[in-house]
Write a protein that binds this ligand. Sequence first.
Ligand SMILES: Nc1nc2c(ncn2[C@@H]2O[C@H](COP(=O)(O)OP(=O)(O)OP(=O)(O)O)[C@@H](O)[C@H]2O)c(=O)[nH]1
Ligand SMILES: [Mg+2]
Length: 328
Amino acid sequence: MLIRGVLMHHLVKDLLAGNRRAAARLITLIENDDEEKRSLLKEIYPHTGKAFIIGITGAPGAGKSSLVDRLLQQIRAEGLTAGIIAVDPTSPFSGGAILGDRIRMQDHALDAGVFIRSMGTRGSLGGLSRSTREAIQVLDAFGKDIVIVETVGVGQSEVDIVKTADSTVVILTPAGGDSVQTIKAGIMEIADVFVINKADLPGAERTATEINMMLDMNGEKPWRPPVLPTVSIKGDGVDKLWEALQEHRTFLEDSGKLLDVRRQRVRRELTEQVEYLVKTRIWDEVRDTIELDSLVEKISKRQQDPYSAAGELLAKINFYKGDHGEGG
Ligand SMILES: Nc1nc2c(ncn2[C@@H]2O[C@H](COP(=O)(O)OP(=O)(O)OP(=O)(O)O)[C@@H](O)[C@H]2O)c(=O)[nH]1
Ligand SMILES: [Mg+2]
């Protein structure tokens, strides 16, 4: 394990030197919740915080990947580099296995300034939103200027994933008018920019109007999300989207909100780590020192209740060992 640890240490060095294979390996280790994961992330962390993170969410087939593909052209044309994480919570596949995304973005596959990775539910025992956040850190430390997270917008887990982003784009499509009524409140709240993609299809203007009406009802906010039509298969409107994202970034920076967003992210990371440490420490200790089985027996026989037993158990545990969690 020691040798393995040393080899992994090189992985971080290679990542920082711009090695793509190292980036890919590290994300795989994260997905698989490898035992070295936490010590690797610890090494990576000081090199993060530079990338601007964009979340893109929308219903299956809304055009997220084709839009990301077009955004990449825009980003690269400006001389910026980008990392893409395509998250599909419904897919068991990972490691770039979402075929559609690969095909759609294959123009960028040979571009050293672009790194594309898919993540599914396989592995990621710590939860997909956590492993996504960790993968973002890898790409951030890798030196990508922009990290884009594409996720299918169907439920809470996607909202959680997107909460990691600095700016969030919600993609809608014209769907006969009733689409807006069915937008989840959570999705509405997270949008910094609305995109009405497939604006070549009928009903796009009406959808945009409805979104704008909903935004009107929200009252005055320091940032009003623009509602932008795009045709991602042709690239129409993508320049406007990129402009809007840059305006939002400027707004975040000038208003101090970027620091707020990032502080919230740090708070979540810290809370997660404390909970993780406490949990693992407790069970390590319980395994080593406390006769859990006999306690279970006692409770089963109603000689004790689980409520007081849990309290007593916790009182016996010295779960802070002062090694600052290097282990993993
Ligand atoms: N007419 C029209 N079709 C589009 C447009 N954008 C995307 N499509 C089509 O919509 C389908 C889905 O596009 P994707 O970019 O894969 O959408 P996605 O949201 O990434 O899909 P998932 O990742 O599977 O949820 C493809 O067949 C695209 O060709 C558009 O602007 N107009
Ligand atoms: Mg896609």
